[in-house]
Design a protein around this ligand. Sequence first.
Ligand SMILES: C[S@@+](CC[C@H](N)C(=O)[O-])C[C@H]1O[C@@H](n2cnc3c(N)ncnc32)[C@H](O)[C@@H]1O
Length: 286
Amino acid sequence: MRKRGFRSLLQDKLDPEKLRLVYKSYDIVGDIAVIRVPEKLKQHSALIAEAIMQLHSNVKSVWRQTSPVGGNYRLRRLEHIAGERRTTTTYKEYDCVFRVDLEKCYFSPRLSFERMRVASLVKPREVVVNMFAGVGSFSIIIAKHSEADRVYSIDVNPAAFQYMWENVLLNKTVNRVVPLKGDARVIITAKLLKTADRVLMPLPEKAHDYLDVAVDALKPEGGWIHYYDFVHAKKDEDPVEKAKVKVSEKLSQMRIAYAIPFGRAVRDTGPWWQQIVLDIQIRGRR
Ligand SMILES: C[S@@+](CC[C@H](N)C(=O)[O-])C[C@H]1O[C@@H](n2cnc3c(N)ncnc32)[C@H](O)[C@@H]1O
């Protein structure tokens, strides 16, 4: 999130050189703000947190992100700066409510548009498999805003699985969203082969490696895969086209008939790096 006036609140408190170093964007999840503060401004963290709380009166707690998102569970290290010392909160999106612990589970408000975009593509009676479901945000929004029959929602992180259950109960999507704890490859191979009309792969770090098992989860007549990846693209390169080439190579090797009618850049993730999504239509095996 970026809000006008954030830096100007600090104008009288930081000299211009330091003010320029303040990151303009930050995340607000429920009543918690997660900010990044460069090492050079660390001693001014409390001032920056105060400005955020002044600008967003609902924010009760501010944390500094001290590591990139990493590890199997996609977590980031957080350091308390101001307000209440808790990392659990309640976040609302498209008439759904999510309980989440930002220290123990992955969660990003920046994927909000993408969650609704995918939900709006789901047809009545579809069976969906979400291979990397986190606290259930994509799955529950799909269940609430489509007539999907069932959304199998897998996550390997026990804390995310526990919150997913809590969120399924809170949003009254029991039976339509089915939480499953474990590795997506193991669970699909054991229980979900040839069941899905649509598969979500919202984990860019593993999507390419797990593409074969996403295809295996689809019904024999095929279906859709929403594939997420990180792409490095220079100014003259198209990140979506680069991702298409990478995916096409793999699907061709697997002798899969497919089309990729849609792709888009979801968000910037670093200098020259973007998160992309491809909507892949699988038409069966050749
Ligand atoms: C980037 S997060 C996405 C979470 C959720 N879809 C969202 O948008 O909030 C990826 C999730 O995949 C989970 N994960 C990592 N490896 C996995 C695996 N092999 N099988 C199932 N889940 C996995 C992580 O625990 C994490 O919650």
